[in-house]
Ligand binder design. Structure first.
Ligand SMILES: NC(=O)c1ccc[n+]([C@@H]2O[C@H](COP(=O)([O-])OP(=O)(O)OC[C@H]3O[C@@H](n4cnc5c(N)ncnc54)[C@H](OP(=O)(O)O)[C@@H]3O)[C@@H](O)[C@H]2O)c1
Length: 298
C-alpha cells in the first residue's frame, strides 16, 4: 500500500486515520521488550529516530510524523528519539503531540549539547511538554564531563532518566570515561551489522555500569539498504526476518545488551516493517555470525 503525497498534505492531523494494516494493536506479550537496568521499567525494543527525516517543519513533514508516530504506537512501540540540534524535529513532534493524544503513550527522549537549562527549556517548549522521559548529553567529548545538572533536573522531575551519546569513535574514550564516572541511566551509540566498534568498546562497559543502550544509525543511514539493493533476504534467514530492515535490526537485538534500536523513518510502512523486528524469534549466535559474514561479503 502506498501513502500518497497528496494524502499527507490534505489530511487534518486530528482526523488522522491509519490504513488498517498499521492500526492493528499488537498484543503486549508478542513484543520484545527490554528492561532499563536502573529501574526495571520495560521498553519495547524498536523505537524511532527523528534526525534528518523530521527536520523541516512544513505540513507534509507534520503529516508524515503523525502517521509514523501512530504506526509506532499501533505496532506496540513507544520510544521516539530527537535532539535540540535536529533543526525543526522537536517542533514537528510538538505539533503532533498538540493535535493527538500520543504524548502519553510515548517514551520521549531528547538531547542537549551542554548542561544548559536554557537549551533544555527550549527543547521542552518546542516539544510542548513539561518533562521528557530521557534527557541525553549529545556527542560527549570531555572525559571529565559532569552530569550533576542533569541529576538536579531529574530530581526536579524535568526528566525521568539521564543519558549520554556519541557516534564519533574518536570521542569514545571520553564517552567511556563519563559512562564509568557518572553512571547515567542510558548510553546511545552507533551500532549496525557493518559497524560493530561499539561491541568491543561501549557495550561491555554499559553492562558493567548497568546503563541501558540505544543504538543509533542501525542502518548506517540507509547505507545497508544500498549494500543489499536488488538482493532477496537469504532463505536461511526467512524464518526470523521478513525484510532486510528486520534482518539488520534483529542482528542488533540478538545482542541482549541492546535495550532498543532507533531507526529513523519518515514512512509509516517502513515504521511498521521496523516494528516487525520485535516480533518472532531472534537469530541465535551461529545465525548471527552467518548474518555478519553474509553482509561483509557483499
Ligand atoms: N550522536 C547521536 O546521538 C546520534 C547520531 C546520529 C543518529 N542518532 C539517532 O539515530 C537515529 C537513526 O539514525 P538515522 O535515521 O540517521 O539513520 P538510520 O536509522 O540508520 O537510517 C535511516 C534511513 O533508513 C531508511 N529506512 C528506515 N526504515 C526503513 C525500512 N523499513 N525500509 C527501507 N528503508 C528504511 C530511512 O528512509 P525512509 O524515511 O524512507 O524510511 C532513512 O533513509 C536518528 O534519527 C537519531 O535519533 C543519534
Amino acid at each position: 500500500m502506498t501513502l500518497s503525497r497528496r494524502r499527507f498534505v490534505t489530511l487534518p492531523l486530528a482526523t488522522l486515520a491509519l490504513p488498517a494494516a498499521f492500526a492493528q494493536p499488537v498484543s503486549e506479550s508478542a513484543r520484545i521488550t527490554r528492561a532499563i537496568p536502573s529501574t526495571g521499567e520495560r521498553l519495547p525494543a524498536v523505537g524511532l529516530g527523528t534526525a534528518v527525516v523530521f527536520e523541516r517543519d512544513d505540513a507534509e513533514t507534520r503529516q508524515r510524523a503523525a502517521e509514523v508516530l501512530q504506526a509506532l504506537v499501533a505496532g506496540g512501540g513507544r520510544l521516539v528519539d530527537t535532539a535540540s540540534t535536529y533543526r525543526d524535529a522537536e517542533t514537528v513532534l510538538g505539533s503532533v503531540f498538540a493535535s493527538t493524544r500520543l504524548r502519553d503513550r510515548l517514551f520521549v527522549t531528547t538531547k542537549v549539547e551542554a548542561p544548559d537549562i536554557n537549551e533544555f527549556k527550549r527543547s521542552l517548549e518546542r516539544l510542548g511538554v513539561a518533562s521528557v522521559d530521557l534527557l541525553q548529553l549529545h556527542n560527549v567529548r570531555d572525559s571529565h564531563q559532569s552530569l550533576a545538572r542533569f541529576r538536579d533536573w531529574k530530581a526536579q522531575g524535568l526528566c525521568r532518566y539521564i543519558g549520554i551519546t556519541s557516534t564519533f569513535h574518536r570521542d569514545f574514550a571520553a564517552l567511556e570515561a563519563v559512562l564509568k564516572n557518572e553512571k547515567p541511566d542510558f548510553v546511545q551509540i552507533d551500532y549496525s551489522i557493518d559497524n560493530r566498534t561499539a561491541e568491543e568498546r561501549i557495550l561491555p562497559l554499559a553492562a558493567d555500569v548497568r546503563a541501558a543502550v540505544l543504538t543509533a544509525l542501525p542502518f548506517g543511514r540507509a547505507r545497508l539498504f544500498g549494500t543489499v539493493r536488488g538482493k532477496p533476504v537469504p532463505d536461511w534467514a526467512n524464518d526470523f526476518a521478513a525484510s532486510w530492515a528486520q534482518f539488520f535490526l534483529k542482528f542488533l537485538l540478538a545482542d541482549e545488551r541492546v535495550t532498543a534500536v532507533i531507526p529513523g523513518t519518515s514512512n509509516a510502512e517502513h515504521m511498521a516493517d521496523n516494528l516487525g523486528a520485535m516480533r518472532g524469534r531472534l537469530p541465535n549466535p551461529d545465525e548471527r555470525k552467518r548474518m555478519a559474514a553474509f553482509v561483509a561479503a557483499l
